[in-house]
Design a protein around this ligand. Structure first.
Ligand code: TPP
Length: 643
């Protein structure tokens, strides 16, 4: 706990917060802000979004009766303050660490986390479900609050939920936390609309007057709330350029309001509690509020890594020249080269332009990159449209967010044989973001789709070769998955070359055991084999490179030459490479033991990637141990039969 803890030190739960006077709340917000800055500076996580909702979070827990009333955070990367105020202050130093608390709301972690999140735009649907359930059960006094950012509001499911909620008469309050930015600056027409409301001077002046009237009259006469709302609606209709979008979806619209005035927020939320039915409160906040550098560079300070809490300087890893680049940067630079080579190549990102390094292209060719908002489904079908008209779309989606777009990949792309290139960043275990973000499933969920090429590079050269080959392939979709973080080659910039599709690589032959790997995990096997060689054990290693079409020549060779097959993949073992190899064995009447290493059939929590690889049993040490145990058993059996 820092030195700024006069009030915060007394607060563990919302009941303690409610014991404060309204006048003390600004001071508490200051302390919370300092607590978060100090904590995130030496235990990296999300910063900007959390600093932006300090006042809102305090006001919510001050006014509402949580956990009875339901607060649903969208994405949940901004719920640190909520966690600190709901029993997790003392554990906050374990945030995102192995076996520590999660960086996102998680239902099994606390009764205050009404809904588990990580992927965006779900809050309104979930809160609406709870609100309708409350109605059904006769719990008419319960409140249901969804807090959603302006970025997350661009996701299709949020629109779907608004459409449903507006017609439901359910008791739901949507708080639109409008800070004008997602991770990168927001895109799309909605942002202009929100800006229009925010900057309409006449509307805002009149709205404030009406609002003050509402506050003073509502104390005496409940019906005046309705009258004043009607006046407010007329004001909105006449003074805003467009008719009010939210009102047209049958939501009562309130705002825009300064989201950093905690005392005013308390009054407002108190008033809004009395109004039944679907309502939307539009808050204007600043991402990174109160920390200068975070306010200035909001994209970098979304999740800045280690930084100096006094100066705001980000603490970069030393010696950046002598370490391999991140896969995402190899992707960005290669895409730039490809856009120069062929003017049909364009990039598509669902709001992750900087995070996937597509900004490298956007910096030179702004019109070749399309940031479509947090809208994975749309990103895929939009790419399908581009491909149908002859362009070469490279659609980069984080593996776990691509789950959203399964039907679009299947129906709109693969079924139509459209040459869309999918680059699935953050495939495999991603680390501290945990279960919601691990890219565990793409190999398995894509394998059953016909017409789709599925590949994974083992290193940076391979990524470049695969991207180059994908651009030349015009028969259908082509998926390339790669993990978060660094590759293995300092000298990553090869002359990209065409790969024979469906062909793997022999890394080395050996005896007795063969490893079949796909993607970056092949490097774990390379290291393990080096160590095993010291013990005079010489397993073979094939890098399959493609899951589909699988290299059947290599598989025949593996089954013919070796006694034991070990498959290794950074993905679920249910339906991935191991399953493919097993099916191949059965179809081809081989009969050899297959050991499948990969993510077991369960959701893996958060921690450092190395900790998680180890937990799942496919880090270098686990692989070495597996082989040594196998050899030991083999010897014991030999002794047994020799007796
Ligand atoms: C489906 C999905 N796509 C992408 C992301 C990555 N992501 C995390 S936070 C974020 C930006 C959210 O913006 P906004 O809702 O405006 O909240 P802010 O961070 O500005 O508070 C994005 C794109 C995600 N969590 N879920």
């Amino acid at each position: 706990m820092s030195k700024f803890d006069r009030l915060l030190s007394k607060i563990d739960y919302p009941k303690d917060l409610k014991a404060l006077s309204e006048e003390q709340l600004p001071e508490l917000c200051e302390e919370l802000r300092n607590f978060i800055i100090e904590s995130v500076s030496n235990n990296p996580g999300h910063l900007g979004a959390n600093l932006g909702v300090v006042e809102l979070t305090v006001a919510l827990h001050y006014v509402f009766n949580t956990p009875y009333d339901k607060i649903v955070w969208d994405v949940g990367h901004q719920a640190y303050c909520h966690k600190i105020l709901t029993g997790r202050k003392d554990k906050f130093d374990t945030n995102r660490k192995y076996k520590g608390i999660s960086g996102y709301p998680k239902m099994s972690e606390s009764e205050y986390d009404s809904f588990g999140v990580g992927h965006s735009s779900t809050s309104i649907s979930a809160a609406l479900g709870m609100a309708i359930s409350a109605k059904y059960k006769g719990m008419h006094d319960r409140n249901h609050i969804a807090i959603i950012g302006d970025g997350s509001m661009t996701g299709g499911i949020a629109f779907e939920a608004m459409n449903h909620a507006g017609d439901s008469n359910a008791n739901i309050l949507v708080i639109l936390n409008d800070n004008g930015i997602a991770i990168d600056p927001n895109t799309g027409a909605l942002k202009d609309y929100l800006l229009d409301i925010t900057t309409s001077e006449k509307y805002n002046k009149l709205k404030d007057n009406v609002w003050n009237l509402l506050e003073s009259l509502s104390k005496y006469e409940p019906n005046t709330i309705k009258i004043v709302q009607n006046i407010q609606n007329i004001v909105k209709g006449t003074l805003l350029k467009q008719s009010n979008y939210f009102e047209s979806l049958k939501f009562r619209y309130f705002g825009p309001v300064d989201g950093h005035d905690v005392q005013r927020l308390v009054k407002l939320l108190d008033d809004m509690k009395k109004i039944n039915g679907p309502k939307l409160l539009h808050l204007i906040t600043v991402k990174g509020k109160g920390f200068e550098k975070a306010e200035q560079d909001q994209t970098k300070f979304h999740a800045p890594g280690y930084f100096n809490k006094d100066t705001g300087d980000i603490i970069e890893k030393k010696e950046t020249s002598n370490i391999p680049p991140k896969y995402q940067d190899v992707f960005g630079n290669t895409l730039l080269e490809l856009t120069k080579l062929d003017n049909r190549v364009v990039g598509i990102t669902p709001a992750m332009g900087t995070s996937c390094s597509m900004h490298i292209v956007a910096n030179e060719f702004k019109d070749r990159i399309f940031d479509v908002g947090i809208a994975e489904q749309h990103a895929v079908t939009f790419s399908a449209g581009l491909a149908a008209d002859g362009l070469i779309p490279v659609c980069n989606i984080y593996s776990s967010f691509a789950q959203r777009a399964y039907d679009q990949i299947l129906h709109d792309v693969a079924l139509q044989s459209l040459p869309v290139i999918f680059c699935l960043d953050r495939s495999g275990l991603v680390g501290e973001d945990g279960a919601t973000h691990h890219g565990s499933f793409d190999l398995a969920f894509m394998r059953s789709i016909p017409n789709l090429i599925i590949s994974a590079p083992m290193n940076e050269h391979e990524l470049r070769n695969l991207m180059y080959s994908a651009v030349n392939y015009r028969e259908g979709p082509f998926s390339i998955r790669y993990p978060r973080g660094q590759g293995v080659l300092v000298d990553w910039h090869n002359e990209a070359e065409q790969i024979v599709l469906g062909k793997g690589r022999v890394i080395n032959e050996g005896n007795d055991i063969v490893f079949l790997t796909i993607g970056h995990v092949g490097n774990f096997v390379v290291q393990a084999i080096k160590e095993l060689n010291q013990c005079s054990i010489f397993p073979a290693h094939y890098d399959m490179r493609f899951l589909k079409p699988i290299d059947s020549d290599l598989l025949h060779s593996a089954f013919e030459k070796y006694n034991v097959i070990v498959t290794v993949e950074d993905g679920t073992i249910v339906g991935g490479l191991g399953t493919e190899v097993t099916e191949f064995m059965v179809s081809n009447l081989y009969n050899k033991p297959i050991i499948k290493l990969g993510i077991p059939d369960q959701f893996i929590e958060h921690g450092k990637p190395e900790e998680l690889y180890k937990e799942c049993g496919y880090d270098k040490d686990s692989i070495v141990k597996l082989v040594l145990n196998y050899k030991k058993n083999q010897q014991e059996q030999r002794h047994h039969y020799a007796k």
